[in-house]
Design a protein around this ligand. Structure first.
Ligand code: MG
Length: 389
C-alpha cells in the first residue's frame, strides 16, 4: 500500500442567488426564517440560496482530494455522519481502491435500512474525493481510471428557465439557443400557463429541430401524467421526466408502457439497486444519474446496467459548487450510453468563480476538465467562505 487516508473534513459552501432556483417565489411560496420555500407545484422545499457540502480528504503523503454532495437542507446531518461514523472507517484505508471503501462503508448500515437518503449522500461525497485522490496517485484523469473516454465532449441541454412569465422563459431559451444550445428542458410545476402552452410557446420560438423535454417533478397520478404527456407530445416532446411519484413503481410501469414518449427517471435514486427494481417492470428509455447522490462508484454501476439493457444515460445536474459536476462529466465520458448531460446555467455561470480548473459548457457542449483526478478544485474564494461542519 503506497498511501493511506489520513483525514476527512466536511464543509458547507453557501452562496446567495439573485433569483431562487425555479424562479421567483409565487404567492404562497414565501421563504421561512431559514430561507426555505416550498414550491406549490411539486410540494418540494428549496433554499433561496445555493448551498453545497464539500469534503476534503488528505492522505499521509499529502495528496488532497475533493468531494461534494447535496447541502440544500440540514447539512449538519451529512456532516455528523462523516464525523461520527464514516471518516473513522475510511481513515487508514488505501485510497487507490475507492470501490472497496464505498462498499465497506455502505455495508456498515445496510441491515438497518440506511440504503439511501442522507447516509448515501455522505458516502458519495467521500467516494468522489477518493476517486480524485486515486487519479492523482495514478497521475491519471478519473475518466482514464474508469476505462477511458468514450466521448471527447458531451452535448449539454439547457435546464431550468427561472423566469416569471412564459414570455420571459421563452426569451431565456432563445438567448441560449443563440449561444449554440439546441436542447432544453422546462419544469411543469412552474409552467404557470400549463405545460402544453409552455411547450407550444417554446416550440414556436425555438423551431422544429430543437429538443424540448419536460420535467414533471413526480407530482402526477398515472392518468394525469399520461394526459399531460399526450398533450405535450403534439409539440414533439423529447422526453418526459419523473412522471409519477418516485415510490409508485406500479404507476411508472403503467405510464411507461402506455406511451411512446421517452420516459426519463433516476435523479433521486442513490444506488443501482433503485434502478434494478424499476427496469425489471418499467419501459425506461433514459436514466439520469445525479453524481451528488450516487458517487462515482454507483454512477458507473448505473451506467453499466444501462449499457447492458440498452438504456440511454443523460445525467442530472443540480445545485452545487462544481466538484460533483466535474465528477459527473468525468464519469459520463467513460460511459458508452451517455447521450447528453444537463446544464444548470443558473448555477454554473454565477458560481464558476468557485472552481479552479478547465471545465466549461459552451456552444452546446461540455468541455471536460483536464489534469489528474477530477481536474478541478475549490478556488481561493470558495476556500475563504467555506464553513467547517
Ligand atoms: Mg428533474
Amino acid at each position: 500500500m503506497s498511501d493511506v487516508v489520513k483525514s476527512i473534513q466536511a464543509f458547507t459552501l453557501t452562496l446567495p442567488r439573485d433569483v431562487p432556483y425555479l424562479g421567483s417565489a409565487r404567492p404562497g411560496e414565501e421563504p421561512n426564517s431559514k430561507g426555505y420555500l416550498v414550491r406549490k407545484g411539486n410540494k418540494t422545499v428549496y433554499p433561496t440560496f445555493d448551498r453545497s457540502i464539500l469534503v476534503k480528504i488528505e492522505t499521509k503523503n499529502g495528496i488532497v482530494g475533493w468531494g461534494e454532495t447535496y447541502g440544500l437542507v440540514a447539512p449538519g446531518v451529512v456532516g455528523e455522519l462523516i464525523k461520527d461514523l464514516l471518516a473513522d472507517f475510511a481513515i487508514g484505508r488505501d485510497p487507490s481502491d475507492p470501490r472497496a471503501i464505498y462498499d465497506d462503508l455502505y455495508d456498515l448500515m445496510r441491515v438497518r435500512g440506511y440504503t439511501g437518503g442522507f447516509y448515501v449522500d455522505a458516502l458519495c461525497s467521500i467516494d468522489i474525493a477518493l476517486w480524485d485522490i486515486a487519479g492523482k496517485i495514478a497521475k491519471s484523469s478519473v475518466v482514464d481510471l474508469l476505462g477511458g473516454a468514450k466521448h471527447d465532449r458531451i452535448p449539454a441541454y439547457i435546464s431550468g428557465l427561472p423566469k416569471n412569465t412564459i414570455e420571459e422563459r421563452v426569451a431565456l431559451a432563445k438567448y441560449w439557443q443563440d449561444r449554440g444550445f439546441n436542447a432544453f428542458k422546462f419544469a411543469t410545476p412552474v409552467a404557470d400557463d400549463g405545460p402544453v402552452s409552455e411547450i407550444a410557446a417554446l416550440r414556436a420560438a425555438l423551431g422544429p429541430d430543437a429538443k424540448i423535454a419536460a420535467d414533471l417533478h413526480w407530482n402526477q397520478t398515472a392518468e394525469a401524467s399520461l394526459a399531460l404527456i399526450s398533450g405535450m407530445s403534439a409539440h414533439n416532446l423529447w422526453f418526459a421526466e419523473a412522471p409519477v411519484r418516485t415510490e409508485e413503481i406500479a404507476s411508472l410501469e403503467k405510464v411507461s408502457h402506455a406511451t411512446n414518449c421517452l420516459i426519463a427517471v433516476g435523479e433521486e435514486w442513490r444506488t443501482h439497486y433503485d434502478m434494478l427494481h424499476r427496469i425489471e417492470r418499467c419501459k425506461i428509455a433514459i436514466v439520469q444519474p445525479e453524481m451528488g447522490h450516487k458517487g462515482i462508484t454507483n454512477f458507473m454501476r448505473i451506467g453499466a446496467l444501462a449499457e447492458e439493457r440498452g438504456i440511454d444515460v443523460i445525467p442530472h445536474a443540480t445545485i452545487g459548487a462544481g466538484i460533483f459536476l466535474a465528477a459527473s462529466i468525468q464519469a459520463s465520458r467513460a460511459l458508452k450510453m451517455t447521450k447528453f448531460h444537463e446544464f444548470q446555467h443558473s448555477i454554473f455561470e454565477p458560481n464558476r468563480r468557485l472552481l479552479v480548473g478547465e471545465m466549461d459548457c459552451k456552444k452546446g457542449f461540455y468541455d471536460p476538465p483536464t489534469g489528474f483526478g477530477l481536474g478541478v478544485e475549490p478556488s481561493p474564494e470558495a476556500l475563504s467562505v467555506m464553513e467547517s461542519l
